[in-house]
Design a protein around this ligand. Sequence first.
Ligand code: ZN
Length: 588
Amino acid sequence: MSLALARKYRPRNFASVAVQSHVANTLKGAIARDRVAHGYLLCGPRGTGKTTLARVLAMALNCERRGDPALQGEPCGQCISCQRIWAGSASLDVVEIDAASNRGVDDARELRERAMYAPSGDDRYKVYIVDEAHMLTREAWNALLKILEEPPPRVVFVFATTEPQKIAQAAAPVLSRLHRFDLKRIGPAEIRERLAIVLTEEGVVFDDEALGMIARAADGGLRDALSLTDQVLSIGESGHITADSVRVALGLVPDEEYLAILDIVVERRAVDVFPAVQRLADNGVDFALILSGLGDLLRAQLTYALGGVPTEVPERMRVALEQRKSKIAAGDLLRMLHALLEMEPMFRRSGQPQLLIETLLVRFALLDRTVELEDILRGFGDGGRDDPPTRRVAHEPRTASAHALPLAPPAAIAMPVPRPATQQVAKAAAAAQLAHSASVPHTSTVASVTTAAFIAPPSIEHVRSRWSQVVETVRKAGRGMVAESLQRITPLEVTTHGAVLLGYAATDDTFARAVDSSRADVLAAMQACLESVTAFSLRAQTAPAEHVVRNNTRLTQADAQQQRLDQLSARDPLLEAAVRALDLELLN
Ligand SMILES: [Zn+2]
């Protein structure tokens, strides 16, 4: 196989242009009826067949058998003219211009002069194929406009672009003179199908999973998919394409790595994000690839969360995602995907892709999870006074021993969730909750009750005096970010049941969330330092809480750093939290 696949399998007629039959059929019909326009604009993403279609059009227009009713507007693909144009070798009548490299005024003038030359024969057409047309200058477009206003006979312009909106800005009058076609993105399934045909023809043995991986890596470009296949074949010795050979040749991230990252997010182990990403970086993985891989993963997991089955995922991965189905809600996945898409443009320009990915994943891990109605109702019960002992399902607490274990299904550790008695009750309670939160913004009181033998609850003064001990206990357990967050929290009161109400400044919402996400660890630490504590709840305070930050020695030691963090925090509290956690890890 000396010839590159992309070149060897370049279509010779309209019928074999993959996916774009809506455009191919229209062009074919125009040739069959002799109604070819002077200017076409082909828009579509990279690798969707724009220049291929333009070349086939040029072949059809100049085919020696043109007009043969049997061909119905197709080029024969066999005559000398067809062969020459197909091969891209010297054909006087087809001029390919890459606007990305030919865009000055001189080129525009030259273009106009050259367009004035008639085609090389009476029955022939001169076809100008202008690739990356959005790169043409205004001057070039002006020159082209003059040509298109009075087009010479048998001259056809085909403009190809990935960014038609730029042409609309620079050359709106030209656009109105062009027939515009929008090419479809080629889906992974279609690419896989095409690859299977090509490889079968080449006598290459392949795994379906391997073709799926190539198709996903090609990201909608058929030409790219064929080039990537070349790359895989050039590395493999056996001429057998397997998932492993694709992974090695294309430097793809093994599925297990993605699953590990997903688990970190699901289990809210924000601090584990950094070593996981570093491991990928150490293996020389391309960060853009990681980002798109994460997108694919979240999309597949979302499909499961919505009750569907993702088709573009290998079987092994499907089983793994199915297992994680109940652990993360559709709404949360949707928000993660949204955040990922929002970051994408910034990512391409950034000089620090690793930091961006880390920040994104820490965000995911800290994301305030979707709260069920039951949770709100339970929260309304204020410290669980009226409720039977329950645990929240959405915010599944982790126990200390769960660190090393894979996630147990939440159903196994969660106690039954009480349902509201009637719809009316639910509505009334929800309405009351709304009225309540209007007066006390950000109230997040959630019962986290454990069944313990009754001991007299500690006084609030006692809780406050032991607070730094609680913080240290959490810190020693390796939960740096949570400890940091607890430091910004003030114990407000203790109920007769031993539930501690913790206040945080409304602006410190991020830290409250960090604490909320590690409820089990925090409660365990509180119980270790203050025996008779049974539960805790968090409440936002509009006025800044006392005892917070002011008496924090670590922070006063580094005022300059604190200032910087404050600035960061103003922009992105989660980023600050991440920086802080990282800092703590380094200090430890
Ligand atoms: Zn021909």
